[in-house]
Design a protein around this ligand. Structure first.
Ligand SMILES: Cc1ncc(COP(=O)(O)O)c(C=O)c1O
Length: 395
């Protein structure tokens, strides 16, 4: 049988990061090897208390875990929401997910099963690509919402027709890739808009522990659940917060009816977080000390990388939060792919901005996932002018 889709069937596009493969090879061949700042995967250690909890759980984890997650894990997630945001969440209104990517990809499908009358998913125009892909996989219309200069959503630009058809609005603050800051004002504005239009809000808050202001000071991030619960879901992950991307564990919390529906369908579908991972995740959500250590690492890298951007012919064009820098060339004729190719030639791989939507084409995203000494190497190499690139007659 042909592996191609039948006429009219869904044809998966190339996976966004695979578009970087040729430049990855170029960067790998550079003297000193690649410094890979393209993917937002943590490279710092998983906290020791988490590793121990995983190992200790092994023997007692013979049975099937519950799809929603065990009571200890849901209680730990609710406890963290209380500490982080001062928001009280009933642990019965928490559902665990196998990393949040699978939830982002599947949520439109689940919500469409519940309400087939609406067929549109709204998402930030420059954003994590899975928001649009999840809409497409559900057979929904994926409609990007333009961003303002401060990288928050411009909901005034949503047409009346799109608003009336909207099933779901995605929020993501702090934002990937833009670094927009998480703050109560924009969050409340978006929740208010969605509630007024009968649209469910899913707020992807996976970078919330890495929230800074323009001065580089840490400021507590906001959750959409502080602005309202009706029709609101908050989505959290341990991948970034606790360097546990390989463990695959996050949760969703909020509107009790929605959570119960989602939990029920996910139980039928067998979407279970493995028992030992649940034990490790319970320990991770219960501890904030390791997060403070990680936050300090990212703050230091962010400040260092910003101070070196000009050496690489780049300017910071993003917000102050997350562990990404959203940058563009100081030379307005050089687009995101041209910057990505230039930096790959010096041995550093970044992500061309159009992986996050057409509006990102002029930018690159630099993930600060490597230790400071690797960033130093990367920026030192970026600042060395390649003689072959020096125009004839140049100095
Ligand atoms: C905005 C955003 N949401 C969700 C995810 C998925 O994270 P995970 O599936 O590891 O929880 C990512 C990963 O990079 C992300 O950037």
């Amino acid at each position: 049988m042909s592996k191609d889709a039948a006429a009219g069937g869904f044809v998966p596009p190339i996976y966004p990061y695979f578009r970087l493969d040729a430049l990855k090879q170029r960067a790998t061949a550079a003297p000193g090897g690649i410094v890979d700042l393209s993917v937002g995967t943590p490279n710092d250690a998983v906290p020791a208390i988490v590793v121990k909890a995983l190992a200790d759980a092994g023997e007692g984890a013979a049975g099937y875990p519950r799809a929603i997650g065990g009571p200890a894990l849901r209680g730990a997630a609710a406890g963290w929401m209380e500490r982080a945001f001062g928001v009280t969440v009933d642990p019965a209104h928490v559902v665990n997910v196998i990393g949040t990517k699978e939830l982002v990809a599947s949520l439109p499908h689940l919500l469409r099963l519940r309400d087939p009358s609406r067929d549109t998913v709204l998402y930030p125009a420059v954003s994590y690509p899975t928001y649009a892909m999840g809409a497409e996989l559900a057979g929904c219309r994926a409609v990007p919402v333009p961003l303002r200069d401060d990288w928050h959503l411009d909901l005034s630009a949503v047409s009346g027709d799109d608003a009336a058809r909207a099933l779901l609005l995605w929020l993501n603050e702090p934002g990937n890739p833009t670094g927009s800051q998480s703050a109560p004002g924009p969050m409340a504005e978006a929740v208010g808009w969605a509630q007024a239009h009968g649209v469910i809000v899913a707020s992807d808050e996976c970078y919330v522990e890495f929230n800074w202001d323009d001065a580089g000071d840490h400021v507590p991030g906001a959750t959409a659940l502080a602005a309202g619960v009706d029709g609101v879901l908050a989505v959290h992950s341990l991948s970034k917060r606790s360097n546990m991307a390989g463990y695959r564990c996050g949760f969703l919390a909020g509107d009790g009816d929605l959570v119960a529906y989602i939990a029920s369908v996910r139980t039928h579908a067998g979407m279970m977080v493995p028992g030992p991972v649940q034990a490790a995740a319970t320990v991770a959500w219960s501890d904030d000390a390791h997060v403070a250590v990680q936050r300090a690492r990212y703050a230091e890298r962010r400040s260092y990388a910003r101070s070196r951007l000009a050496d690489a012919g780049l300017v910071d064009a993003g917000g102050p939060s997350s562990f990404y820098l959203w940058a563009r060339s100081a030379d307005s004729s050089e687009d995101g792919w041209a910057v990505t190719a230039r930096l790959a030639g010096s041995g550093t791989l970044v992500a061309a901005g159009d992986l996050y939507g057409e509006g990102g084409a002029g930018y690159v995203r630099i993930a600060l996932v490597e230790p400071l000494e690797r960033l130093q190497l990367a920026f030192d190499r970026m600042s060395v002018v390649d003689p072959s690139m020096t125009p004839i007659g140049g100095t």
